[in-house]
Write a protein that binds this ligand. Sequence first.
Ligand SMILES: C[S@@+](CC[C@H](N)C(=O)[O-])C[C@H]1O[C@@H](n2cnc3c(N)ncnc32)[C@H](O)[C@@H]1O
Length: 377
Amino acid sequence: MTPLRFDVLTLFPGAFTGPLDVSMIRRARESGLVEIALHDIREHATDRHRSVDDYPFGGGQGMVMRVDVLDAALGHVRTLAEPPGHVVYLTPQGEPLTDRVVRQLAHHPRLILVCGRYEGVDERFIEQRVDREISIGDYVLTGGELPAMVLIDAVSRHVPGVLGDEASPADESFADGLLEHPQYTRPAEYHGWKVPEVLLGGDHASIERWRQEQRVERTRARRPDRLPPQESAGQDRHKVGINGVRVRSLNYPADVPALAQLWRAAGYEPGPLDEPRRLAALLDHAPGLAVVAEQAGQVIAAAVAGFDGLQADLYRVAVDPANRRRGIGSALVSTIEDRARQIGCQRIAAAPVTAEMMFLGSLGWREWRGLAYVRDL
Ligand SMILES: C[S@@+](CC[C@H](N)C(=O)[O-])C[C@H]1O[C@@H](n2cnc3c(N)ncnc32)[C@H](O)[C@@H]1O
């Protein structure tokens, strides 16, 4: 398997000794799953003083890292391996490093991380050479080295094999939007502090039910912003409606391959929803409005809607051919309607009018001038 390669451009390669040399990341490097190459930007300075920074044009405090030195460093690093690499600049002005972004980055075989110092880097370097700007939080650090290490650690966990055979990032906080349930280990009682009874009984169904409730409760208490609307209403997360079918929020990107297969089977023409970047943007806006139906761990139907602040739009509904006529499409659409209502949406529409969408009529949707189906919520 090809390893995930990180190239780090920094003025302080020494800062990386330690955090990347212990535990899982060390093992991942030793077993060749992850490669980390550190490059000293200063080696590409050309003047007598080996300067890498200069005063800002227009005045102001601090120094700015020079575009020519950075560009020479990047150009050199690019020649050291294949492919050319996806260039990430760590900056407090970048998009926040979330679980979704981490998973996206893990798809790249090679990431080149640029660590700034001082007041940051010359904007021309960012405009011309950087593919993505990423921040690890709304605070300012003295340099990009710690953010780069955070990114390397988080992304490496998604490389198959890094966490070992049993552990999976899919079980951790944020994987399905929720925080993880609390964990306990031996002793079962300490100073009279007891482990919840249910965990000691060995009844796996009850344990799973308890854990799921804890996930929802924790997320509601600590991070209500991460709750999909259905979970915030505390209703149907583990509801099994139609014989063994579970309706849940779409997981991005885990569900993307199953989704592509469903769309194809339903005969949809490729469109914006087939571009992972566009789908991710839609989900960021209204995460609860994309839902799938799952049976025995397989995605058998999906429906995707968006909300522009005025009305919701149902873009696609597809049910696996072997599972049609079971009311699954209607269950997905009803779930979306409930969730859209909860986020203050008053109307939902679907266009164009097609034979496949006629089932919406049975859900109280009406045809509008032959152009769309609409429903007031
Ligand atoms: C002192 S900061 C520069 C801040 C910059 N003048 C500003 O106000 O946006 C120096 C470097 O630290 C890194 N850095 C600081 N805070 C960061 C954060 N929250 N996330 C990612 N990188 C950060 C960046 O690489 C940045 O170039």
